[in-house]
Design a protein. Structure first.
Length: 78
């Protein structure tokens, strides 16, 4: 259904039905906005944490000890 068709059908509804649809549509938009906002805000703390820990990983060989075996094949024990 195109936007024009949708609006044409919307105009045929009673005012009460139109208001109910608008409320539901607004709720959908608000939920989508909240999800997008949450996704964006989740990224920032991870980037900040990575920057805060960067120096530790560069200077503490114990934190990166297992990277020595990164090239080895991995075999699951199941």
């Amino acid at each position: 259904m195109t936007q024009k068709e949708l609006l044409r059908e919307f105009q045929r509804l009673s005012l009460q039905q139109q208001l109910a649809i608008l409320r539901d549509a607004l709720e959908i938009v608000e939920n989508n906005f909240r999800q997008l906002e949450q996704t964006e805000s989740d990224k920032l703390p991870l980037e900040e944490a990575a920057q805060l820990l960067r120096q530790d990983y560069l200077s503490d060989s114990e934190l990166t000890a297992f990277t020595a075996i990164d090239g080895d094949e991995f075999h699951a024990a199941w």
